[in-house]
Design a protein around this ligand. Sequence first.
Ligand code: ARG
Length: 588
Amino acid sequence: MSQHLLLPLVILAISPIPGAFPDSDCGRPEPSARIMGGSDAQPGSWPWQVSLHQGGGHICGGSLIAPSWVLSAAHCFVTNGTLAPAAEWTVVLGVHSQDGPLDGAHVRAVAAILVPDNYSSVELGADVALLRLASPARLGPAVRPVCLPRASHRFAHGTACRATGWGDIQEEDPLPLPWVLQEVELRLLGEAACQCLYSRPGPFNLTFQLLPGMLCAGYAEGHRDTCQGDSGGPLVCEEGGRWFQAGITSFGFGCGRRNRPGVFTAVAPYEAWIREQVMGSEPGPTFPSQSPQPQSVLSEPTDENCTIALPECGKAPRPGAWPWEAQVMVPGSRPCYGALVSESWVLAPASCFLGRISSDHQPGDLDNWRVLLPSRPRAEHVARLVPHENASWDDASDLALLQLREPVNLGAAPRPVCLPHPDHYFLPGSRCRLAHWGRGEPAPGSSSLLEAELLGTWWCHCLYGRQEATVPPPGEPPQALCPAYQQEEAVAGSCWVTSAPPLLCQTEGGSWVLVGMAIRGSRELFAAIGPEETWISQTVGEAHFLPPSGFTLWPPESSDLCPPDMAGASGSPQAAIFLLLLTPLIQG
Ligand code: ARG
C-alpha cells in the first residue's frame, strides 16, 4: 500500500480517545461493514477479535472486553501447571489479514495474565483467562469491545452464533495466506444434546463429561467447527443489535468431526470472576442486561435426545474414483485392496492375511502394517485385525476388518462405502460395478468395462442355480447376486490377478453400496454382504448401513418358473438382460 494512502488511516487511528466510545457501546461493529468450514470475515465485522502472539507468531485468539482487558482461554498460557510470563505475549488489535505489515493494527504488551485458581486442564473446565494490557487499546472502527453476558443471561439452544479466528481450516491444515480472519456460524447445543452426541459412537470413542461452565456449539454432522489456533477466541451471539460473547473457544476432539461438536467455556458463569479481576479499572467491561428473556430457553429437558449423524457414505466423484478404496500394505507381500466402512475400519478379504494371523488372531507385526487412503497425507497405522470366524473355510465369509489406530477425518475423501442391511433389496437392473479388492491388480483400462446391471434373484437362480447348485431358489439363503455385464468379453479379459472383486451397486440416490463378494473367484455369482450386518456392526460398533429399502427381498415366484431354455444353461448374462427387459418386474 502506498504512503499517501496510509496517512489518512494513521490520522483516523490516533484520533479516537480511549473511552470516547460510551461504556454501553459494546458488541456493535461499525455498520458497514477457521475455523473449519467457515469463510473470510468482512474487515471490521469482528472488532473485538484480537490475536495473541508469542515468539512473533499467532498462538491463540482473544476478545477485547474493555480498553485494557482481553478475554481468552487459560490453556493458551498454562503448560504443565505453569503460567507463561506475561512479557512473552503481545496482543494484536484491529487486525484482519495477518500477512505482511499488519495494516491498521496496533500492538499492546501484556501486563498480567490472570487464570482462575481452579484451572488445571481443559477437560476439567475453567478454561478462561484475562489479560491486562500494558496500555489501553486505541478504540476505533476496527477495535471495539464485545458485550459480556451476565450470570443470569441465557442463550437459547439452537441459536446461530459466530466463532472467529485464525486457526486451522482442517485438522493439521493451517489457514493459508493471506491469513484472513475466518468466521463460521455455529449453533448452540443444549447440555443434554451435547452430552448425548458425545456418548454416541463416532470418531474418538471416549468418556467425555460436559461440566458446568462448558458450552457446546456446532452440528451433529460436523464439518463446521473451530480448530487448533482458534482457542481463546470468542463465540458471539447477536441479541437486540448487539453481540454478546457466549463462549470462549476451548477444545474439541479432532475438528469438524461428526457427533463431536466444539467445546467452549461459557462466559456467563464467569461474570463474578471477571468483575473481580477487573475491579477498579475504568472503563471496565460492559454486561448489558438481557432483554427480553427468551422463554424457550429456561428449561431444557435433561433427557433430551439428540439426532446423531451417520457418516455420509457411498458418494463418489465418478464411478471408479472410489474415495473408500483402501490399500493395505503388509510387509513382504503385495498390497491388498479393501474398502473403508467407517472412520476407523477397513473391510478387506481375509484371504489377504490368512497365514499371517496367529492362533489368537493377532499377527505379531501389525505395527508395520499400513493403510493408504485417498487424500490422506500419510499412511494409517493398524491397531487390530478381526477376521470373520468362517473366513478360512467359507468363500462367502472371506472377510476381515482392520481397525485403524486413529480415526480418519471423513469428508469428500476418504469417505466410507455404504453397506446394505440384510434385507436391503436392490432392484434388478440396478447399476453396479466391480471394485478393487484383494491382492490383485486391475488390468489396465478395465474399470470402464466392468459396468454391470443386477439380475433378479429369480434369474440368478435360473441361470446359475441348477447346474452348479450354488444359487438356491429365491427365498433360501445364502442370498446370491448376479450382475450382468454390459460387455461380456471384458469380464474374461479384465482379471484381478488373485482375488475376486466385490460388487458395488448404486442406490437411486446415487450412493454406492458394497453389496456382494464374489463366490469362488467367479465374476458372475456374488454372495450378499447384507447378512454380515451383525458381524460388521458388532465389530465396528457402528457402520453406515443403508436403511432397509422397503422392498420384499424375495419375489414370490417358484423356481419351476425357469424358462425351459434356461434350465441348466451355463448362463449368458447378455441373454439374461434381454429376458429381463422382456419380463415385467414383478418385485416391488
Ligand atoms: N484447543 C484448540 C486451540 O488451542 C482449540 C480446539 C478447538 N477444537 C474444536 N474441535 N472445536 O486452539
